[in-house]
Design a protein around this ligand. Sequence first.
Ligand SMILES: C[S@@+](CC[C@H](N)C(=O)[O-])C[C@H]1O[C@@H](n2cnc3c(N)ncnc32)[C@H](O)[C@@H]1O
Length: 256
Amino acid sequence: MPENPSKREIGERFDAEFAKFKRQHPEATVATYYTRRHVLKNWALEKGHNSLGGKIVKQDGEQIEFWEAGRQKAENWIDRYNVAPTAKVVEYGCGTLRLAAHFIAYLPERHFFGLDVIPEFLEKGRDLIGAELIGEKAPVLAVIDDASIAAARDFAPDFVFSHAVMHHVHPDELKIYAANIASIASKPGCRVALNATCHPTPIRYGNLGWAQPEAQIVELFRPLEFAGVRKGKAVKRGRFDVQPAAFEFVRTSTEA
Ligand SMILES: C[S@@+](CC[C@H](N)C(=O)[O-])C[C@H]1O[C@@H](n2cnc3c(N)ncnc32)[C@H](O)[C@@H]1O
């Protein structure tokens, strides 16, 4: 069990509500239930969100224009991971294309494949980047299921990334998250980059916030080979000191 010294467990009410919903909708996952409900409600109220939708609001409350919101991060990752302008790229958990927009603009036609669990996010992303760029670059955008995972694997990407997703993935859904990414990154030499939140023991720090030890994350993505981690400054999440970290893996073996 994750360490958690509070009287009421973090996320307890949220979990009870989700369990009730899942009894009527056995196919539901935490991602499809909570993220969708929370974000669509925000959009209906015209509230901003820090990464999803057309109204992106920074932590200090400042609103930032869609094309500016993901520019620096996308450019950093293209540069840091040496993503060639001819590469085939998959983003796993692409949301409303905040970062994807810049990859799509950078890459040739049909070289970007974005996946997310929530169809409304992909629709919103299409609107945000506009028909002209969609027409010119023809990115593939698909809801995650067995068929789209197989299609993304057949796409044979050179680079797979997942940004600001893993710390939102419920521990029960982590194995599938990692297995899908490893399966998509099946071409020898394919590189994978993703950010996560590290803590010496597995913890939950919010309704939709989890952190794991570095070694556990490395193990989770096997048979992908660990190629390095960059750790940021420790930050407070509730009562925990956690460390944001960007992991890199590479496909060296042909093991599934
Ligand atoms: C914080 S948003 C980040 C979106 C985008 N990567 C970005 O940086 O702008 C997290 C995204 O991950 C998706 N997501 C959450 N859980 C997921 C899971 N288990 N598998 C795949 N995607 C998931 C959500 O639907 C959401 O679009």
